[in-house]
Ligand binder design. Structure first.
Ligand code: SF4
Ligand code: SF4
Length: 435
């Protein structure tokens, strides 16, 4: 090896070490802020630990030994198919600012920060959850996902999953075919053919997690103030890096503890805080600055309508035909029909869901988050704004990037929004007095 080569190798090693140190520092900072919110954050430790293990200790996803990992993006890849093929899914959409700063030099300038962060991690080649994937499944939901699929192909086997723009019967049929194609690729990768039994068992496993999630949402709905919304988002984010049974067990224990707190009136605050619904572009850990800023400013995120939050897992699979084909069709229908992602041409589904959430959670204000470069969410802002105007619910659009540089500007707008809702609520809300 020449001196030049050694220098180059040393330089690369130093670059990786610097990246790891900065990335770890950023993760720790956000975990500290989440813990500092208080309000039962001790109950959240098992979920914080998963995030810490993945992004501070840089460990692989929790899974049974010798199980291959399949990386996924978005909510349209049915995890049930991956479990049925004997593999472990891990969701790779990224919210990391340090990885974003690397990806910023790798992908197009106007791409969204989420895919820039994915590109950054893959480029550095250091994070186990990316490096240990034997396959990545990328649904083609928007231009950014399409282009990142092409880029990832250079580094790892990638299967693209075309997602139709509409949800008519013929679109569902086409998606069923795509799922059969994905099942074949998964079987080839793991050497395990999918069967009715293995798929039904995977659907049951996911169903138990969905049952615990429905308990969690019910507790949050019935006792508002039981939990900070930022913490609820951490619970949902942790599901990306755990096998589904471990996550369901942890959520079951959290639900039991929350049920006791609800019965005994132990809320995160006894103040009548402005109840905020957060919607818009994905909020992937550690990029939880928007919910943190809302809650640090005296608001309470009572619900979120985001793909890394409540939307990610809530819709169950409902087979009408007890055959393998019936299960595949039920998976396709679940992935498309109830999905309020803005990648669909007609997304009135999302408005229906927002109206329902506003009623169920007695929402007093909506914060609409747009990641810079995320055109699909930006397009839908106008529709949401008009609808909310009719409902008399105030809304603001907050644009953000994967950087701390926009924090102060977002903080000022968030504080003003929260104050405005307090004033609207009258003296009780303005003083934040006890219920
Ligand atoms: S909102 Fe966008 S990033 Fe999230 S699941 Fe839908 S298409 Fe994917
Ligand atoms: S939906 Fe938005 S955030 Fe998600 S990949 Fe597409 S552009 Fe990025």
């Amino acid at each position: 090896m020449t001196n030049d080569a050694i220098t180059q190798a040393q330089r690369e090693q130093r670059h990786k070490e610097l990246f790891a140190s900065k990335a770890t520092h950023m993760t720790q900072k956000y975990l500290r802020r989440m813990r500092a919110l208080g309000g039962g954050s001790d109950l959240l430790e098992p979920f914080f630990d998963v995030l810490e293990r993945t992004y501070v200790r840089w460990e692989d996803v929790v899974k049974p030994p010798d199980t291959p990992t399949v990386g996924t993006y978005c909510v349209q890849v049915p995890p049930e198919l991956i479990y049925a093929a004997g593999a472990q899914p891990v969701k790779l959409c990224s919210g990391h600012y340090t990885a974003f700063s690397i990806g910023d030099d790798v992908v197009a300038r106007d791409a969204c920060p989420l895919v820039k962060a994915v590109a950054g991690f893959k480029h550095m080649g250091t994070l186990p959850i990316y490096e240990n994937c034997s396959l990545m499944v990328v649904p083609i939901t928007c231009d950014c996902k399409k282009k990142i699929a092409g880029l990832l192909q250079d580094e790892c086997p990638v299967h693209t999953l075309p997602v139709p723009a509409n949800k008519e019967d013929e679109d569902i049929e086409a998606f069923v075919d795509e799922l059969y194609g994905l099942a074949a690729v998964l079987s080839e990768k793991t050497g395990q053919a999918l069967s009715y039994e293995s798929l039904a068992q995977a659907i049951d496993r996911m169903g138990r997690a969905q049952y615990e999630l429905s308990r969690f949402l019910q507790l949050k709905r019935d006792s508002q103030g039981l939990l900070h919304g930022t913490h609820a988002m951490a619970v949902m984010n942790a599901a990306s890096y755990l096998d589904v049974d471990t996550w369901a067990d942890a959520l079951g224990k959290l639900n039991d503890a929350l049920a006791v707190r609800a019965r005994t009136g132990q809320l995160v605050t006894n103040k009548d805080l402005p109840r905020i619904l957060l919607t818009g572009s994905p909020l992937v850990f550690p990029n939880l600055k928007i919910p943190l800023l809302i809650e640090e400013s005296g608001g309470l995120v009572v619900a979120d309508e985001t793909c890394m939050g409540e939307r990610g897992l809530s819709d169950p699979v409902v087979p009408v035909d007890r055959s393998f084909d019936g299960l595949m069709r039920a998976l396709a229908i679940r992935a498309l029909r109830p999905c309020p992602c803005p990648t669909f041409a007609d997304n009135s589904q999302r408005m229906y869901r927002l109206r329902q959430m506003i009623r169920d959670y007695r929402v007093e204000g909506v914060i609409y988050h747009v990641l810079r470069g995320c055109l699909v969410y930006d397009y839908e802002y106008r529709m949401v704004e008009e609808e909310l105007e009719q409902l008399g619910v105030p809304v603001i659009r907050l644009e953000s990037d994967y950087t701390d540089q926009d924090v102060e500007q977002i903080r000022i707008r968030t504080e003003a929004f929260v104050e405005m809702i307090k004033l609207k609520k009258g003296p009780r809300g303005a003083s934040g007095s006890s219920r």
